[in-house]
Ligand binder design. Sequence first.
Ligand code: ME8
Length: 586
Amino acid sequence: MRFKLQNQHCLLFLPWSHQRISVRRCMRTNLRNDERKFYISTPIFYVNASPHIGHLYSAVIADCLHRYKLLKGFDSKFATGTDEHGLKIQQAADAAGEDPLNFCTQVSERFKHLFRSCDIAYTDYIRTTEPRHQQAVEHFWSVLRNKGLIYKGSYEGWYSTQDESFLTPSQVGDAVDASGKQIKVSLESGHKVEWMKEENYMFRLSEFRPRLLDWLRENPRAVQPERFYQAVLLELQEDLPDLSVSRQRSRLQWGIPVPDDPEQTIYVWLDALVNYLTVAGYPDQHDRWWNVAHHVVGKDILKFHAIYWPSFLLGAGLPLPQVIHVHSHFTVEGKKMSKSLGNVVDPIERSLTLTTDGMRYFLLRQGVPDSDCDYKDDKVVKLLNAELADSLGGLLNRCTAPSLNPAQVYPHFCPHSFPSEQGVGSKGRAVIEDYHMLDAVRSLPGVVEQHYESLHTYKALEAICACVRQTNGFIARHKPWKLNGKDTEDQRWLDTIFHVSLECLRIYGTLLQPVVPEISNKLLSRLGVLPSERSWAALDFLPKFQEMTCPFEGRELGADSGVLFSRLERPSLDKGKPKKTKKLQD
Ligand code: ME8
């Protein structure tokens, strides 16, 4: 069953006067239980090394979608966690001279700490060493085995421990290692591969190619973006070999033993993929969540999620995930992040200066799912200063500074100053650009919704930034500081300018919650918007313009808790220079 958002795009193409009604109608729509549920996962991360910005990027993408779904009134489950079995982890624990479980616990805690400190609001954190997961994997294995899809055989071929992946000869190339030795590497990841010959269990992957092709043809949005969907189709042009799904216990002890065969350990990818089911409650009552499952994965693990995983699920008679959202990678100053290059960016350390919301904003503003993106400290600082400190922070400051808003209220809107139609001879003071701005802000929730849904978050942020610029332009155009507060007409227009601007800010703050939760909270609290007034359904822009009641009008502003986002120093350029303070009226 496909998950369908019945109220998706409901605000997009409607005339202004119909929007309020349509929002209510959308809310009233009786969505079936499943359609009010949402389940999103990140990959579970290997614990052989500490987390870096790439891991945070995946988590922030999923967190943003989860928070957005909550704002839309969904019951949303969001899972992340760590992948703790396999040869790679066994070797890392050996190298550290640690007991594997202790080693895993330490690194898993680092991921947890990162996610907590970056406001990743996961509802479940899964570790593959947990008993609930071992039970799920054993059950899943037995189902496949009982259906005759797993058989004892022998595997001979290339294996990359770093990727925990089997490769065909065409996926392997020659390279030279640091000591000048000729080695074989995976063409895709560049990681070293070794020849492996072993008795183990095989999964009948070769049987699933036609069913995978049917699934993809019937569900053209199952793998997104399109580029990765096409990549999977291309991979399926060739026959699939059966897949080795266990290793000899003598080589790999750190993993879940094959049920009824203690001489074999379950292949780490089969073990890891089942985590998504474990979180859903498998093998007991998993349908409720499993029917609405969505995965966020990096492009490096597409084959495992779009070929192996659906085949395992089809084999076990389970529904396939609704969407596999694939994202590209972050490089650092143009280079792939790697320990040997020493360019791995530690997100905890960076967020101490950039702030956690700053990190989140940068990753989502700069990250494009289709293509790789680059991290550079200087670029981050420039972007955050321009968009969060100057543009958004400046706008809030202009509307709430006691010098311009001495009463510290959400002022009244005057329909004569800003009539709903800009007619000839009207006494209105609004000009055509102001009407354009209202149009843009009015359609913004629909635009943002569309981009949040498709994980093109950077486009949502681009659209919000464009509107913030327009609102700043609105204030700059009408220069409220030049109006004469003693003149009634001027005072009404002044109040109207601030009413409209605060309404714009309320919309921006509400829409930004999934991306920068702390900044949004600060902004909305300053406007006096209560937590119960921050949902998607409360996005009712400028009701006074249609002669409806505005619950905020006349309300006292919230307490001033300081600058929305403090300007950051540019690491290479601003060293030693005094910090600039932003002028109030420019
Ligand atoms: O593959 N840019 O774990 P992993 C963006 N345990 N994202 C990046 C990235 C980068 N430079 N580097 C990593 C595994 N990622 C398995 C997954 S799931 C059942 C098992 C992100 O620790 C991206 O999401 O190697 C990638 O797919 C994931 O981290 C790989 O993390």
